[in-house]
Design a protein around this ligand. Structure first.
Ligand code: HOC
Length: 389
């Protein structure tokens, strides 16, 4: 087994181990992938400020996220089809997160169902909700999440319709994979993945098949998704969903100051500055560029989190210094899961915590509440010079 020292190492193993269509699903953005790329490269433009001769003996990354204890200010994002990156992927990721002490968010578009994850883990997890035209089905998802004792509802707002991802269309993405000459040739080289997949029965979208009317298999699922996601979602409906849930709520997918103000009026426990990992509106600004303007506008009313582009503890530190209360990772833990299951997710979390700990120390900070804007050096025009007209 190679020595794993960074998230990039896990990504290389994931790429070798998982079928091409699922690795590509993880590693793609929409259209030209400009936003997908800039989510990462914009973090590189921000620098950290080295400080010396500060006592570093009492270091800790412990914090609270929406009032819940956490080992570090990090949560695992909902990722569709996680159970295709590795058999039982959602259960394994939830277990790793639970043992590590950070929140795990289960996607509506998961392979393992809400009940599967609840029965096979011992820590509460968060549930991410996509809103369907079929309001009865949406309500049932909320009821199922309540019955599973999910400790927060994450409502995604930026995917009423799907951004086009060229790789998924070219690969004929489906779960389980359709057997075509191309996919068979690729699957034949992925025997470890295949052996594990043969040992589980969880190979279809567990929250949907057998629960949503008219869906009995997954062969027509992308068409079903396109037909069923609610294009008419508006703030009034968001307020109703929050009321139906009645517990802690995070609104995900905010990238605009006006939307952030509107979201904050609903008094969620947090909002997530996000462009869906660059998978939706290609050409949108990176999440990290929009973080400070949104924190300045609504940070006094609600906690502001960030996702999209976080691949290291240094990225987490930069986001916290720029006002985020927590960072959410998607690809960074999926690489670990695809590489080596639960142990890989744990490895991803350990890598990020170590990077965060060391970088905080080298910036002269022992605890999360000592992280402030003076940790970072930001180019003058980082958020500026963008005009709507
Ligand atoms: C066939 C899956 O969040 C993503 C997910 C949701 C995709 C729904 C369709 O891929 O960005």
């Amino acid at each position: 087994m190679p020595v794993i020292t960074c998230i990039e190492d896990l990504k290389r193993i994931h790429e070798r181990r998982a079928p091409r269509m699922f690795f590509d699903y993880c590693e793609s953005g929409s259209w030209t992938e400009q936003t997908f790329r800039e989510n990462v490269t914009d973090f590189d433009k921000i620098r950290l400020r080295q400080r010396v001769a500060v006592d570093m003996t009492g270091r800790s990354q412990k914090t609270q996220i929406i009032g819940q204890e956490a080992t570090m200010p990090l949560a695992l994002s909902p990722v569709g089809m996680t159970g295709m990156q590795h058999a039982d992927g959602e259960i394994l990721a939830a277990r790793a997160a639970g043992k590590f002490g950070v929140p795990y968010t289960l996607s509506t578009m998961s392979i393992c169902s809400i009940e599967d994850v609840a029965e096979n883990t011992d820590k509460p997890f968060w549930f991410q909700l996509y809103t369907m035209k079929d309001m009865d089905y949406t309500k049932r998802l909320i009821e199922r999440a309540k019955a599973a004792k999910c400790s927060a509802l994450v409502i995604t707002l930026d995917l009423q319709i799907l951004g086009q991802r060229h790789k998924d269309l070219k690969n004929g993405l489906s779960a389980p994979p359709k057997l075509t000459p191309k996919s068979i040739a690729n699957l034949a080289t992925k025997w470890a993945w295949g052996l594990e997949m043969l040992q589980t029965k969880r190979r279809v979208f567990g929250n949907i098949v057998g629960h949503a009317s008219g869906v009995t298999d997954t062969s027509s699922l992308s068409a079903w998704t396109a037909e069923q996601f609610d294009p008419a979602l508006d703030w009034g409906k968001v307020a109703k969903l929050m009321e139906m849930w009645g517990g802690k709520v995070i609104l995900k997918g905010i990238l605009d100051v006006e939307d952030a103000k509107r979201a904050a009026e609903l008094e969620p426990d947090a909002i997530i500055v996000s462009n869906h990992g660059g998978r939706q509106l290609d050409g949108a600004l990176s999440s990290i560029r929009m973080l400070r303007p949104i924190v300045d506008a609504v940070g006094h009313k609600t906690d502001v989190h960030i996702d999209s582009g976080i691949r290291s503890g240094q990225d987490v530190l930069k986001a916290l210094a720029m006002g985020a209360k927590a960072a959410h990772i998607g690809r960074a833990y999926i690489y670990g899961l695809g590489a080596m299951g639960e142990a890989g997710v744990t490895k991803a979390l350990e890598v990020i915590q170590k990077e965060l700990d060391t970088s905080m120390a080298l910036c002269g900070r022992q605890t999360i509440d000592q992280i402030d804007p003076s940790v970072t050096l930001i180019p003058e025009d980082f958020e500026g010079r963008w005009h709507t007209t």
